[in-house]
Design a protein around this ligand. Structure first.
Ligand code: GTP
Length: 264
């Protein structure tokens, strides 16, 4: 019930959407699509960029880590390579994150969604202390949903699909927030196969066993693990390029937010 929500969560809105995805999944294009959908619909959005290394963003951000931390200077100052530079920039920004959440809180009454873009090197966000700080800071104030962007055409191979789902599974257990899989690029390949595999692990197992390169006993065990995992997550098929499925995506986000309000 709402009474078990964190004390300061008076309003149901805005819903925070943290967008995570492997390089090439289409995360940036999807962010751009989500931002433009909000600006043309009646919903009011707020946009945060947490990628210090992005050269140019195809959408405008209300708060941009690049305005606070200069990633190239961080690399020089701390003698770091690109990944260390991104991680350290994120750490520096995370120390001020309560101010960021304060800015969002001040605007909360006028907002429906807060879109959060994360670094392209996914593990820098998902497996770092600062990523956890950012997620926790939002989740303690607002209903917060994590979206994992999946490259659907690249996931038609059952073993690739399974690896991708295991990664998503790790994100679910690490963040302990509602997780929404955004099967992107459905203009190229429909995500129906993925829905079938998630609904019926025997169908998935049959597909995986057709792949001679794979140990079927391992796949059998993983199927059972994933079957449990699938019960805890939502999905939407989207195309960042054509805009197909974006309405349903937001509908799923709202359902995840309700789930959040009930259980956190
Ligand atoms: P990085 O910037 O490398 O982190 O990748 P990203 O995950 O942000 O992906 P990006 O948005 O740059 O998209 C990767 C490629 O996929 C680009 O060539 C996009 O045009 C393409 N792409 C993204 N979304 C879609 C989609 O819905 N359909 C199709 N057909 N292509 C897409």
């Amino acid at each position: 019930s709402a009474s078990s929500a964190p004390g300061n969560m008076v309003h149901k809105k805005p819903v925070v959407i943290i967008v995570i995805g492997m390089a090439g999944s289409g995360k940036t294009t999807l962010m751009q699509r989500l931002v433009s959908h909000l600006s043309t619909s009646k919903s009011r959005g707020y946009v945060l960029n947490l990628d210090p290394a992005v050269m140019s963003l195809p959408f405008s951000a209300n708060i941009d880590i690049r305005d606070t931390v200069n990633y190239k200077n961080v690399m020089k100052e701390y003698h770091l390579g690109p990944n260390g530079g991104i991680l350290t920039s994120l750490n520096l920004f995370a120390t001020k994150f309560d101010e960021v959440v304060g800015l969002v809180e001040a605007r909360a009454a006028d907002l429906d969604y807060v879109l959060v873009d994360t670094p392209g090197q996914i593990e820098i966000f998902t497996w770092s202390a600062s990523g956890a700080i950012v997620i926790e800071a939002f989740a303690s104030c607002f209903p917060t949903v994590v979206t994992y962007v999946v490259d659907t055409p690249r996931s038609v191979n059952p073993v690739t699909f399974m690896s991708n789902m295991l990664y998503a599974c790790g994100i679910l257990y690490k963040t302990r927030l509602p997780l929404l899989l955004a099967f992107n690029k459905v203009d190229v390949v429909k995500h129906q196969f993925a829905v079938e595999w998630m609904d019926d692990f025997e169908a998935f197992q049959a597909a995986v066993e057709g792949d001679s390169s794979y140990s079927s006993s391992l796949s059998r065990s993983l199927c059972l693990v994933l079957d449990e995992f699938y019960k805890n997550l939502s999905n939407a098929g989207v195309s960042a390029v054509t805009g197909e499925g974006i309405e349903d995506f937001f509908h799923q986000v709202d359902k995840c937010a309700d789930e959040y309000m009930e259980s956190y």
